[in-house]
Write a protein that binds this ligand. Sequence first.
Ligand SMILES: [Fe+2]
Ligand SMILES: [Fe+2]
Length: 272
Amino acid sequence: MGISANLERLIEAAAPYWAGEAEVFRSYWDSATRSRESDRRWLALQCAKEVWGSGLAPLDKGIFLGPAEQLVAAFPGIDLSIDRHEVLEIAEGLRAEFAHYCAFADAHDALALPGEPKLNPHALKGGWPEDLALSALRFAHKKENARLGERATRFTEGGYCTLFSEGMALKDRTQGPHGRANVLIAAACAQVYEDEFGHMLKGIVGLDGEGLSATEWTMLERMALEQLRGRIRMRNAQFGNPLTGFALERALAGACTPIAFDYAKAGARLAA
Ligand SMILES: [Fe+2]
Ligand SMILES: [Fe+2]
């Protein structure tokens, strides 16, 4: 994967924050307060993100209705005013994010007791304060600088997929009180992981072709790191605040041992 020194520096700056986000999940899996209820809560909140998008799309439409309306609007212009592949990409995005909603909603519903209602996207509207703060930050960055704000948002999408990789790692922990939940969570995360790795790559690909100036790279990095700190707060609240005190401060300060960006995997995906 041939990338510029600027992009490499951005990835390096992001890596300890990705690790901080991963810390949230690892602490939660083993926390004494984890229960069937708390698993159902974070799964429902994850479903909200998969439908409403946390600043990736206008809040009232989210990442289902937004692209669905784009597709309807695009149809008369396919191969006239909009390229067929661009349309296919919108359709694939819609399919992927809805598949993620289904994966987490299925895990959530499988953990229900008899009589507990199923999830639906409409009941999930509104997110939670830290997720709304992340959305607001992303919108503010887009307002400050449309191109760089959008780039930072796409760069930080999915937070290097650490929820999905840490969730997948639960697959062998089938014993104990959370054994059944672990299997369900690992299966859902496995369904989502490869898609989201691709979405993250899309946020990275093309950055070098944007012809950014040194000042713009600095601004992009500032926005990306602010969003990554916002992601740690959002995840910590989603999981009932497993990180507190020094552990939280450390994660927010970017002081966790960085996650090594998998250049080989990224390169192979891009070549495919
Ligand atoms: Fe997703
Ligand atoms: Fe995505």
